[in-house]
Design a protein around this ligand. Structure first.
Ligand SMILES: C[S@@+](CC[C@H](N)C(=O)[O-])C[C@H]1O[C@@H](n2cnc3c(N)ncnc32)[C@H](O)[C@@H]1O
Length: 289
């Protein structure tokens, strides 16, 4: 380790920092992930001219720039892996099984609200916008479709705002979709302006229940590949929050390697093997659609 460019984290410093991260975000770093925290933050200590992680913890918790530094820390420690059309079989369930009856149920109000929670760099909400665009076709102009992408990482949302992506982000995108909804120049893919205008982005920490409440009731929530970083308590909290914020006939989609079995008093699984999706239990479904 070069003392010029990196700083080592001791077990007790890691414990203290992991608790701070957990209290703020629900992200659980077990001992085995100590190297991630160390490697991602040690350069930050060098930038700040801090000698060790004790000083960093003090800076983070007592300094005048606390909230800026929390943001900077989350920009660095979050794992933002994503892609367009990630897990296509699940999206097919959304497109063929969930969306058609939902659009029928909303035919009177012509209002559809979709939340992509923990959307990283925006590929997921843009994918959902493409699917809704495809489903509504020319009828889209008569509808009020709101798609919101939120994340705790400001840096990830800045990428989302540009609407420009590398070929890597496009790796699971069907050819037809690429040509219909993107413009490519020098290996950079720019999303169609019509799709871009269907999606808004906002900074949001899934721990913040009040902010979630302010966003109102959603017809569909996608929350994929983030609950793997949470412990049972945080998962319970987040699933409870989704149950408050979903319409009675709304649907929650989670990641294919995640489960909410042990923390779920609110939802029942829909019978689609590839769907990983849930609807509010009828007994608790009291909100108006
Ligand atoms: C692996 S990405 C998943 C992106 C997308 N949902 C997908 O499945 O492709 C996980 C994202 O969760 C975000 N995240 C982690 N903890 C969060 C929290 N407490 N609140 C909001 N977002 C969080 C990270 O910043 C990261 O962008």
């Amino acid at each position: 380790m070069s003392s010029q460019h990196s700083r080592a984290i001791s077990d007790s410093q890691f414990k203290a920092l992991a608790k701070i991260i957990y209290d703020r975000s629900g992200i659980h770093f077990p001992e085995t992930k100590k190297y991630i925290v160390e490697s991602r933050l040690s350069h930050r200590l060098v930038e700040l001219e801090l000698d060790d992680f004790d000083q960093y913890i003090a800076f983070l918790t007592m300094g005048p720039y606390q909230s800026d530094e929390f943001q900077e820390m989350f920009n660095r420690i979050t794992i933002n892996e994503t892609s367009f059309f990630r897990n296509e079989p699940q999206l097919t369930v959304f497109e063929r099984q969930v969306l058609p009856p939902l659009l029928e149920a909303r035919e009177r109000t012509k209002r559809l609200r979709i939340w992509s929670a923990a959307c990283s760099t925006g590929e997921e909400p843009f994918t959902l916008a493409i699917i809704v665009h495809r489903a509504l076709g020319v009828r889209l102009k008569d509808w009020n479709v709101e798609i919101l992408g939120t994340d705790i990482s400001e840096r990830a949302l800045k990428v989302a705002d540009t609407g420009e992506y590398s070929s890597y982000a496009m790796r699971s995108t069907p050819e037809l979709v690429k040509h219909r909804y993107f413009r490519e120049k020098n290996g950079l893919w720019t999303i169609d302006e019509g799709i871009r205008s269907m999606v808004n982005f906002e900074l949001h920490n899934l721990k913040d229940r009040l902010a979630a409440k302010r966003h109102g009731i959603w017809d569909v929530v996608f929350c994929r590949n983030v609950m793997i970083y949470f412990d049972a308590e945080m998962k319970r909290r987040v699933v409870g929050m989704f149950s408050d914020q979903l319409a009675a006939d709304g649907t929650l989609f989670i990641g294919h390697s995640e489960n909410i079995r042990d923390v779920n008093d609110h939802f029942e699984a829909l019978p689609y093997t590839q769907g990983f999706c849930y609807q509010p239990l009828k007994a608790s479904a009291t909100k108006a659609a």
